[in-house]
Design a protein around this ligand. Structure first.
Ligand code: DAT
Ligand code: MG
Length: 138
C-alpha cells in the first residue's frame, strides 16, 4: 500500500463541499488514515509550499491557503499518488477532465479546491507536516 497527502483547500471548505470531496475520495478506494480540519498560519502555509517560494504566485498562494480552514488527509491505496492526482484533475480547472474534483469544485487555477502530493517522497514529507506518528498509529 502507498500513501499520499491530500488537502481540501479554504475555498472548498468555505463552500461546505468538504464532505462531498471526502466521499469522492473514499468511493475511489482510498483509505483515510488521518483527517483533521485546521487553519494554517501564513508561516505554516509558506513552509508547506516552500518548493514554490520563487514562483510569482507564492504570496497569493500562501495568503489564500492561510485564509480559512483546510481539511488535511493522510490517504492509503495501491498507487495512491498517481491515482489521487487522476481523481483531482489538472491544476487549472479549465483543463481538468469531466468528473474530477477540480472540474466539479475548483473556481480558478489559484483557488482549486484540493491539494495532492506529486510523489511518494513528498507525500511522506507532507503527511508528517500535519500528522504525528502517534496519530497514524505507526
Ligand atoms: P498542483 O496543486 O496541481 O500540484 P502546483 O504544485 O504546480 O499544482 O502548484 C501548487 C498550487 O499553486 C496550485 O494548486 C495552485 C497554485 N498555482 C499554481 N500555478 C498557479 C498560477 N499560475 N497562478 C496562481 N496560482 C497557481
Ligand atoms: Mg504540486
Amino acid at each position: 500500500m502507498e500513501r499520499t497527502f491530500a488537502m481540501i483547500k479554504p475555498d472548498a471548505v468555505g463552500k461546505n463541499v468538504a464532505g462531498e470531496i471526502i466521499a469522492m475520495i473514499q468511493k475511489a478506494g482510498f483509505n483515510v488514515l488521518g483527517m483533521k480540519q485546521t487553519t494554517m498560519s501564513k508561516k505554516q502555509a509558506e513552509a508547506f509550499y516552500e518548493v514554490h517560494a520563487e514562483r510569482p504566485f507564492y504570496g497569493e498562494l500562501t495568503e489564500f491557503m492561510s485564509s480559512g480552514p483546510v481539511v488535511a488527509l493522510a490517504l492509503e491505496k495501491d498507487n495512491a499518488v498517481v491515482d489521487y492526482r487522476k481523481l483531482i484533475g489538472a491544476t487549472n480547472p479549465a483543463e481538468a477532465e469531466e468528473g474530477t474534483v477540480r472540474k466539479l469544485y475548483a473556481s480558478s487555477i489559484g483557488e482549486n479546491a484540493v491539494h495532492g502530493s506529486d510523489s511518494v517522497e513528498n507525500g511522506q514529507i507532507e503527511i508528517s507536516f500535519f500528522f504525528s506518528r502517534w496519530e497514524l498509529e505507526l
